[in-house]
Design a protein around this ligand. Structure first.
Ligand code: COA
Length: 700
């Protein structure tokens, strides 16, 4: 990959003599960016382009070529690739459109196979090219002027990528690279990230994605990469169509976008919701030091903005330092007696920029304070003229010590001054939400690093005994029966084979057996019909709950058979299930399904019949460990119920985690299973464990 980002020589096949054509602008950009390697324009007509001699064929070039950019029309691309193979080129950047994006997938795959067989890797097709700051190489047909810096951009959208070059320029954001991946026929985000995390120039990686290909590999690359550098993603295409077609709760809850979001969170990737937000984060993370602790102070001359920032801090998970004694000592000299040393620190409307300076410097110098939010409202003494010099001086002297963000509210003079400061790299924003959001992302990244470090130590292998052979036997018999679902008793058997705790139960086929088995299980019991011809048992009158003694069992047995025969006279009845009547617990749901992008995915959330309405759920790829599963459980709004409320004790968290792990193992070891759902899984106090009440399993 180093050769792709730092090629010693680049050929442009389809270099055009006509100004304005793509094949011409790439040559112009290569020259304008100051690329030091050899540039070889290739055009069947020969001649000269931008004073460079043009070769009629790549085979006429004597020296080796690392990268060939192909900009010839679709029908000539394969021939060009073949010539590159003969020339032993290492990387191809295929700009040409008209491949899999318009249905020509076979043609695209043919080229990739040929290239790979000949030791070449392909970027594209259908891309605008690659810019790499370390090689001063702009091999794109985007804008000529790109500011070098620390942000690496990977973009699936060409047009948006080109627009982002201009936007980064406007925002004064320097790029380490920008790579267009287009159809991702060969090289994809994972390959590029693997390089970028090792590239010294890259400080932050920003991806614009439309779809995920090879998601399982992407997860593994992202998990490693976010331990080293922050990664920001924007993804479009929030489709619910796939979810609508799905058959289970888990399926209908697993909107593609929710799964994507949760898996990015699992990998430690920050998901932005707009280009502006992503670029703000990129700029802040490249230009600012990382926090070394959680204590933030707000310094303001106005109560209103202080309160707004306090709200925003809560939203962005920023901890406001609240040791009033320490604050009092730290700011005793810089906050006037009529001000407030609480947090927000209010230096009052009479504060000049000199007062700000003293207070900010006190915050920078105090070891218990780790980051600063500096806010202000325009006054007669805090204005456009006084703002700039002080903030510039503080920025120059202190910005590498602790993270700080600034936001000031005022008129034209203040706004203009903030624009100048911004251009000089000061993290100053007219919108305080933006300012707090940037500090928030810095904290998210800081915590990611801490959690991921902890996570490594927790990465012990997950041990669970699941009898896969037995599970496959159960699936095999359902398939023989030409069913794509398991019956309730098969589902229970399968759960037992995985060691998932179920209510005690047995299927009986006579009244005598029913009486004796209900005694063995212990009253009260539940009785349910078992028949593959009666799926909706309650509708058929096939379920009776809370049977307290033998007489009630006898009555229920006869009533169930009578009801079910009436409901479906032709139903084949396998027997009646007698099960332990469970006491109430916290209802949770565990679902597992095969996601087309990410492979086996697990869902956990609040269970019961209202799961779709309440939607208190989260997803993870099964590449997790116990620590990540605990994180998924904590994400639920109803997590406090599991911790125990109103004097109740904590529920069996380890029991829940064990079941999640087992469902994941079943899903990944039995490819015939498409969906598993336990709803509810009742969670009891730690001593009583968990019980899977109802299990639904769908097979291919
Ligand atoms: N070897 C060398 N040169 C060749 C060639 C070959 N096999 N075939 C053609 N050429 C030359 C042509 O003579 C021409 O040079 P000239 O202008 O000096 O005559 C140049 O290569 C380009 O060929 P041309 O036929 O003029 O194509 P074009 O420039 O109109 O279009 C593409 C070529 C690749 C730009 C076009 O097919 C395409 O795919 N456009 C979309 C690109 C895009 O949007 N990508 C995604 C961006 S995000």
């Amino acid at each position: 990959m180093k050769r792709l980002f730092n090629p010693e020589s680049v050929a442009i096949i389809g270099a055009s003599r006509a100004a304005g054509k793509i094949g011409n602008s790439i040559i112009c950009n290569m020259i304008a960016s100051g690329y030091k390697g050899n540039i070889y324009p290739i055009n069947k007509h020969g001649g000269e382009i931008c004073n460079l001699p043009v070769y009629k064929s790549i085979l006429d070039v004597e020296k080796d070529i690392d990268l060939a950019t192909i900009v010839v029309p679709f029908k000539y691309v394969f021939d060009s690739v073949k010539a590159c193979a003969q020339k032993k080129v290492k990387f191809l950047s295929i700009i040409t459109s008209g491949f899999s994006e318009v249905g020509k997938t076979v043609e695209e795959q043919e080229i990739v196979k040929f290239a790979n067989d000949h030791g070449m890797r392909i970027l594209g097709p259908n891309i605008f090219g690659i810019y790499s700051a370390s090689a001063s190489m702009n091999a794109t047909f985007g804008p000529a002027d790109i500011k070098p810096g620390g942000v690496a951009i990977i973009t699936q959208s060409g047009a948006l990528g080109i627009a982002m070059i201009g936007k980064t320029q406007m925002e004064n954001i320097g790029l380490a690279s920008i790579v267009s991946v287009g159809n991702k026929s060969d090289l994809d985000e994972s390959d590029l990230i693997e390089y970028m995390i090792k590239d010294d120039q890259t400080k932050v990686i920003f991806m614009y994605m439309e779809g995920v290909k090879n998601g399982e590999r992407l997860i593994s690359v992202l998990k490693k990469a976010t331990r080293i550098k922050p990664i920001i993603v924007i993804k479009s295409g929030r489709s619910k169509r796939g979810a609508m077609a799905a058959a289970s709760h888990t399926g209908s809850l697993a909107g593609a976008d929710e799964v994507f979001s949760d898996i990015m969170k699992q990998c430690g990737v920050h998901r932005a919701h707009s280009i502006q937000q992503a670029l703000d984060w990129c700029k802040y993370l490249t230009g600012s030091v990382a926090p070394r602790g959680e204590n933030t102070v707000i310094i303001t001359n106005g109560g209103g903005v202080g309160v707004l920032a306090t709200d925003a801090c809560e939203e962005h998970g920023i901890h406001l330092f609240d040791d009033i004694e320490v604050m009092r000592t730290a700011f005793s000299k810089s906050v006037p007696s009529f001000g407030s040393v609480g947090n927000p620190i209010d230096i009052t409307g009479g504060a000049s920029m000199d007062d700000y300076e003293k207070c900010i410097i006190d915050a920078f110098n105090h070891p218990s304070i780790h980051s600063i939010i500096c806010l202000g409202c325009e006054t007669s003494i805090l204005n456009g003229k006084t703002l700039g010099p002080t903030i510039r001086k503080i920025h120059d002297n202190y910005h590498s010590i602790k993270p700080i963000v600034y936001s000031f509210v005022g008129g034209k003079d203040i706004e203009n001054e903030m624009d100048y400061l911004k251009a000089d790299g000061v993290p100053i924003y007219s919108d305080l939400e933006q300012a707090v959001g940037c500090l928030g992302i810095s904290y998210e990244n800081y915590r990611n690093q801490m959690v991921l470090k902890d996570d490594d130590s927790q990465n012990s292998s997950i041990d669970a005994i699941v009898d896969i052979k037995k599970i496959n036997k159960i699936i095999g018999s359902a398939k023989k029966d030409k069913r794509n679902f398991l019956l309730a008793d098969e589902g229970q058997e399968l759960m037992k084979a995985a060691g998932v705790p179920m209510p005690k139960s047995v299927v009986v086929s006579s009244l005598k057996e029913a009486v004796s088995q209900s005694g063995n299980i212990g009253f009260p019991v539940v009785m349910k019909i078992v028949s593959k011809d009666i799926l909706h048992k309650s509708d058929a009158g096939g379920v009776i709950l809370d049977l307290k003694n033998k007489n009630e069992v006898i009555d229920a047995y006869e009533a169930i058979l009578f009801n079910c025969k009436k409901y479906n006279p032709r139903a084949k009845i396998k027997g009646i299930e007698i099960a332990e009547m469970l006491k109430p617990g916290i209802e949770t749901i565990i679902g597992g399904r095969y996601d087309n992008s990410f492979g086996p995915v697990i869902m956990f959330g609040q269970g019961g019949i209202y799961v779709e309405v309440i939607r208190d759920i989260s997803f993870r790829s099964i590449t997790y460990n116990r620590f990540e599963i605990a994180g998924m459980i904590k994400e639920m709004n109803t997590y406090p119920l599991l911790l125990g409320v109103r004097g109740e004790s904590q529920k069996d968290m380890n029991g829940i985690i064990d079941v999640i792990i087992k469902v994941g193992i079943i899903l990944s070891s039995c490819p015939e299973i498409t969906d598993i759902e336990i709803n509810p899984l009742l969670a009891y106090d730690e001593d009583d464990g968990v019980r899977a009440v109802d299990v639904r399993i769908l097979i291919k």
